[in-house]
Design a protein. Structure first.
Length: 354
């Protein structure tokens, strides 16, 4: 029996009807003979609504209390999904991030996963239960406080669980069909990419593409987690992110995807040392150990704060606008697209519910 981790974004569980549909997919995966761990984001715009409520109470909410508030959104959707599974005759158990053993740094609002201790998750799987884990949150052992992971946190939670549990694959189930070579609405010849490498996904994330959060791709690459981006509405093949697949099956090379020019056309930016991020032991490469998950994002954030531009100097002008290899937003948690990613946002047509 293989283990599959599935993650469903906020748009996939935006209503109770959608939650019931997701529950049917989860139960079908279990009935196909797999152990299943599921990470569900907060329903629809719940996180934005909670932020709005906090803003009505005070213009400067306490970071600790804000994390307590925002963590509730994922716990609601996971508990409701577990109830929907029960209604279908399945056995399920929902956990908060801390209950599932997600250990993080102490920084509120942008904590990083430093370990996963999934003893309770394994015990529930051994009992034959489907396990649901609230994404986007964890526990700081340093302070004993609940923390949230920031943008794309549910993706990171799912991939971290897949790594800790030795899952066969982490499925990122969303409302688009996968990763395309360009926006099919703008470029009719755009095609669905069946495979991409971690490096390509990292480049797209740095550019602002809303496929997977940067930190989640870094975590997947570091731990060798195969990621499968696919629709939560149907069974089309989607896109696999894995260097192993690249070696075995010949993934589309990076040069074919927009925003990833051939190496000879890219400058090598000089990066000055960056001080440790708050709550990150040892910083990026110092006494605390090697570069860890979230390091690339930390570097780019620090350079941005310092007003330093990173990129090729005087890049050659392409003969025509290059399409951007990115897809729609699977989690609803990542915004702020830039460059060609903003010009060619990939979003496959949504399918009607059901």
């Amino acid at each position: 029996m293989t283990l599959i981790v599935q993650k469903y974004g906020g748009s996939s569980v935006r209503s109770t009807e959608r939650i019931k549909h997701v529950a049917e997919r989860i139960v079908a995966t279990r009935e196909a003979g797999h152990d299943v761990v599921v990470v569900v984001s907060a329903m629809g715009d719940t996180t934005d609504e909670l932020l709005r409520l906090a803003g009505e109470v005070t213009p400067v909410p306490s970071p600790r209390e804000l994390d307590m508030l925002l963590a509730a959104g994922e716990q609601v959707s996971n508990a409701l999904t577990a109830m929907a599974i029960h209604a279908l005759g399945g056995r399920a158990c929902s956990f908060s991030g801390p209950q599932a053993g997600v250990i993080t740094t102490a920084t509120h609002g942008r904590a990083q996963v430093i370990a996963v201790e999934p003893q309770r998750v394994r015990a529930a799987l051994d009992r034959g239960e489907i396990v649901l884990v609230a994404g986007f949150q964890g526990l700081s052992r340093e302070t004993g406080e609940v923390t949230t992971l920031g943008r794309g946190g549910s993706d990171t939670t799912a991939i971290a669980l897949a790594a800790a549990l030795g899952a066969e694959v982490c499925e990122i189930c969303t409302d688009v069909d996968g990763v395309y070579t360009a926006d099919p609405k703008v470029f009719p010849g755009a095609r669905l990419l069946r495979h991409v490498t971690y490096e390509t996904m990292l480049e797209m994330a740095v550019q602002g593409a809303e496929v997977l959060a940067l930190r989640s791709v870094e975590y997947a690459r570091r731990h060798g987690v195969t990621v499968h981006v696919r629709s939560s509405y149907h069974g089309l093949p989607g896109t696999v992110v894995s260097d192993a697949a690249y070696a075995a099956e010949g993934i589309v090379p990076r040069a074919e995807t927009a925003g990833a020019a051939p190496a000879r056309e890219r400058a090598n930016p000089a990066v000055t040392p960056v001080p440790p991020a708050p709550g990150t032991p040892g910083g990026l490469g110092g006494p605390g150990g090697p570069v860890g998950p979230g390091s690339t994002e930390t570097i780019f954030h620090a350079l941005s704060e310092a007003g330093t531009a990173v990129g090729a100097a005087d890049p050659p002008v392409p003969p025509e606008p290059a399409p951007c290899a990115c897809s729609g937003n699977p989690s609803g948690e990542q915004t702020g697209m830039t460059g060609c990613a903003a010009a060619a946002r990939i979003a496959a047509p949504r399918k009607a519910a059901g």
